[in-house]
Design a protein around this ligand. Structure first.
Ligand code: AMP
Ligand code: MG
Length: 424
């Protein structure tokens, strides 16, 4: 008699799978933006999320000034043809203005950043003049209004410089400082507790065992998650490794829910005998347990325990990273009050054929680079198993193949999510 097979992760496609887009929509509802705020010094505000827009209290530049070293003149003195001689009546330096009003027929020696003398509207650069004793020669090629930076041309007093929901970058901090703003209102720091699960999972701590006993695996998920969480700017609370028992899992989830806004776990959410996270979670809160139409990382659990939001990620190390990047990171960003929470997707030309079935979203590990023709191309990192963390380490992007993509041919354009940004 033939064995009747249960649905499993090995099935090519299963109709009951939840599409990625629908899972994202549901998670988004679970994660409203924090409303509590902190006021922090500008110097300590990098990576924090603005709770209120930053409005400039000043014009930048604060005064109309010279963009070059040269001579400030009035444009009415530029001759229609030939050359004119103007009297050099004084000097203006950055931080030391010419004290009087200039008259027609006069010029003032100016240096970059010097406030433009009253009565002048143009700077002729020093390379374009001829000196004749106390006079300077300007010819008809001088252009009215050139080499002048106008007050408020970069930023106008009262104008919004940065919108609420922006995570502050190095450039933002410099910009805020340039306006003389000493503190900003930001959303409070999100607390995220995380732990690994599994009897086979071994801590890096060598007091437990110097070598890896047979059948054990070193814990990598907790370390990956800590780095990902810290990079996001949340307070990452490491709750260690929880063994595969109902009571241990229950206690760990309870403890996590009492000290954190969000709980992220790895492993123990499949339907196996030793998978206790989902069982314990059912006891404590309101759980949704999904089989997602995605690869890697099919199971995902989520819901609420008290006031904390819970994300149960799969155990496989690549699946942990992919589900974190695709689901948890955007959800955390949304909770932190950020706008623009989705990864930036860019197109790249696939260097190779990629097998892929319709009906699920696949996240393949890729390496993108610029070809000699100046085209962005992407290649797979090699074997793509969900347990091969080395593929994530080699990769510099994920190749995201949506539900409807039915295989990729070399030369086709695919969507990638680059890992690195340029600015911190
Ligand atoms: P599970 O979903 O708990 O059955 O785990 C799936 C696979 O991921 C198993 O091979 C586990 O040994 C592995 N795994 C689970 N947790 C970790 C971890 N923290 N670090 C490394 N591998 C893990
Ligand atoms: Mg397990």
């Amino acid at each position: 008699m033939a064995i009747i097979k249960q649905p499993s992760c090995d099935d090519p496609i299963e109709p009951a799978l939840l599409p990625v887009a629908e899972a994202k929509r549901r998670l988004s509802e679970l994660m409203p933006a924090l409303t509590e705020t902190d006021v922090v010094d500008t110097v300590n505000a990098a990576n924090r999320v603005l709770a209120e827009a930053v409005v400039s209290p000043i014009d930048v530049p604060s005064a109309t000034n010279s963009a070059m070293d040269g001579y400030a003149i009035h444009s009415a003195d530029i001759p229609a043809t030939g050359e004119v001689h103007l009297s050099v009546v004084g000097e203006a330096f950055a931080g030391r203005a010419y004290p009087s009003k200039m008259q027609s027929g006069e010029a003032v020696r100016v240096f970059t950043g010097a406030v433009l003398p009253e009565g002048a509207d143009t700077v002729v650069i020093q390379e374009h003049v001829e000196l004749h004793g106390a006079q300077v020669g300007i010819d008809h090629t001088a252009q009215a209004g050139r080499n002048v930076r106008h007050a408020g041309e970069d930023i106008t007093c009262g104008g919004t410089v940065l919108n609420a929901g922006r995570r502050l970058s190095a450039a933002d901090i410099g910009l805020i400082a340039s306006l003389g703003i000493r503190s900003v209102s930001v959303t409070r720091t999100l607390k995220v507790a995380f732990f690994s699960t599994g009897d086979e999972v071994q801590a890096l701590d060598e007091s437990i065992s110097e070598t890896l006993p047979q059948g054990m695996v070193y814990d990598s998920n907790r370390h990956t998650l800590r780095c990902l969480l810290q990079a996001l700017g949340v307070e990452a609370i490491d709750l260690g490794i929880v063994r595969d028992t109902f009571d241990d899992t229950l206690q760990a989830l309870k403890a996590a829910s009492e000290q954190a806004d969000v709980i992220v776990t790895s492993g123990g959410i499949s339907a196996g005998e030793a998978d206790y996270v989902t069982k314990a979670f059912h006891e404590l809160g309101d759980v949704s347990f999904w089989k997602l139409a995605m690869r890697p990382g099919r199971p995902l659990a989520s819901g609420k325990i008290g006031n904390a939001t819970f994300f149960g990620l799969p155990g496989n190390p690549v699946a942990v990273m992919v589900t974190f990047l695709a689901f948890v990171q955007p959800a955390l960003k949304q909770r932190m009050g950020m706008q623009n929470v989705e990864p930036i997707a860019i197109p790249a030309v696939s260097a190779e054929n990629i097998k892929k079935s319709v009906g699920r979203t696949e996240y393949q590990r890729g390496v993108f680079s610029m070809s000699e023709e100046g085209e962005l191309t992407v290649a797979l990192t090699g074997k793509q198993g969900a347990g091969r963390l080395s593929s994530m380490s080699v990769a510099n992007c994920l190749i995201v193949l949506d539900d409807l993509v039915n295989g990729v041919k070399a030369g086709d354009t695919v969507k990638i999510w680059p890992f690195d940004g340029l600015l911190p």
